[in-house]
Design a protein around this ligand. Structure first.
Ligand SMILES: Nc1ncnc2c1ncn2[C@@H]1O[C@H](COP(=O)(O)OP(=O)(O)OP(=O)(O)O)[C@@H](O)[C@H]1O
Ligand SMILES: [Mg+2]
Length: 326
């Protein structure tokens, strides 16, 4: 059964190369889990959202009901980046002197398209979903093709280190400005802060900045802890029995290991049935050759092979039947 792969984990990510069946398999598992009595949230982090097509309905940034016990959510990268940058801009305005307002705006305009920005924003939303989804027994993430997801999984560590660095730098700056202040009581050391024309004391501002940095740090640290706790979180790699998906799976596994994300298992999707003749038998044999390489490298991982269905898998009933056939 497909559900055996995830045992009692609460957070499950599905990743793998483009087109191998991540959306189909994650949705089938979500439907099966909901049928087994769990309250399930299915979340797409793929910018090219396909959940809506699969369930034949509009799914957005707030959960909608897809089946009894199953809600769906599509995290919108554009909206996520906008929200994320607004928050960062507000924070920067509190940190920077008034005369640098032009610089802040220029920096933020450039940041919008900076490499990694979508991932950072997406990660913040994932952290929020995990934080806020306490009403669900299972959260299933359907992710974008491999490279994107591997970077995403490595990010909590980087973001924690980054906010840590900022906090330390603030500490140093605090000590420095305390010395300056004591040397130079009459001159105004710090300029007035952007958006901060009120009479806020230096201490108020400092504690606000510190609270903000600490909240971010906690959020990323919380997600990092959740991701690296294998009783709670697992990653399922979906692949096809072809050369490149096999190679990419081996690589993705190594990257996930490095990010301390436990791989719960492998799903080899779209396998040709056994016992075919002629061309199809040759092709099936070719699949076995590719899977031997997988077996050599990742034999220790639980593996499920799913057959190529004769018809498209679309809608809740088809997903239920698809999940039940394994
Ligand atoms: N076992 C299967 N049998 C038949 N068709 C399948 C099977 N698994 C997936 N498909 C079909 O293959 C196509 C790609 O599947 P899916 O969208 O789930 O892949 P994906 O990995 O999520 O793709 P992307 O990387 O674009 O997000 C879809 O048309 C889907 O219906
Ligand atoms: Mg998909």
């Amino acid at each position: 059964m497909l559900l055996d792969l995830i045992t009692n984990r609460r957070i499950v990510f599905f990743g793998g190369k483009g087109g191998v069946g991540k959306t189909t398999v994650s949705a089938a598992l979500a439907v099966a889990a909901a049928d087994s009595g769990k309250k399930v949230l299915l979340v797409s982090t793929d910018p090219a959202h396909n959940l809506g097509h699969l369930f034949n309905r509009k799914i957005g940034a707030t959960p909608v009901k897809l089946a009894p016990g199953l809600d769906g959510l599509e995290l919108d990268p554009e909206q996520t980046v906008r929200q994320h940058l607004d928050e960062v801009t507000r924070a920067l305005r509190k940190l920077m002197p008034v005369h640098l307002s032009g610089e802040v705006d220029k920096h933020m305009a450039l940041s919008r398209d900076a490499p990694g920005m979508q991932e950072a924003a997406m990660l913040e939303r994932i952290a929020e979903v995990v934080e806020q989804a306490s009403g669900y027994d299972l959260i299933v993430f359907d992710t974008a093709p491999s490279g994107h997801t591997a970077r995403l999984m490595a990010l909590p560590e980087m973001m924690s280190a980054w906010t840590d660095g900022l906090i330390k730098r603030r500490d140093k700056a605090d000590r420095f400005s305390a010395v300056l202040n004591s040397l130079n009581r009459d001159t105004s050391v710090g300029d007035k802060m952007l958006g901060d024309e009120s009479d806020d004391s230096e201490e108020d501002r400092e504690s606000r900045i510190r609270r903000l940095l600490n909240r971010r740090k906690q959020r990323f640290a919380g997600l990092r802890d959740a991701l690296s706790d294998q009783r709670q979180t697992g990653f399922v790699i979906v692949l096809a029995a072809e050369r490149l998906p096999v190679l990419e799976t081996i690589e993705l596994y190594a990257q996930l290991q490095q990010s301390r994300v436990d791989v719960a298992g492998l799903v080899v999707n779209k396998r040709l049935p056994d016992g075919m003749l002629g061309f199809l038998a040759d092709r099936r044999e070719q699949e076995d050759i590719h899977l031997q390489m997988l077996q050599e490298k990742l034999a220790h991982l639980p593996r499920k092979d799913l057959q190529l269905a004769a018809h498209d898998v679309l809608g809740v009933d088809a997903l239920r039947a698809f999940a039940a056939s394994f």
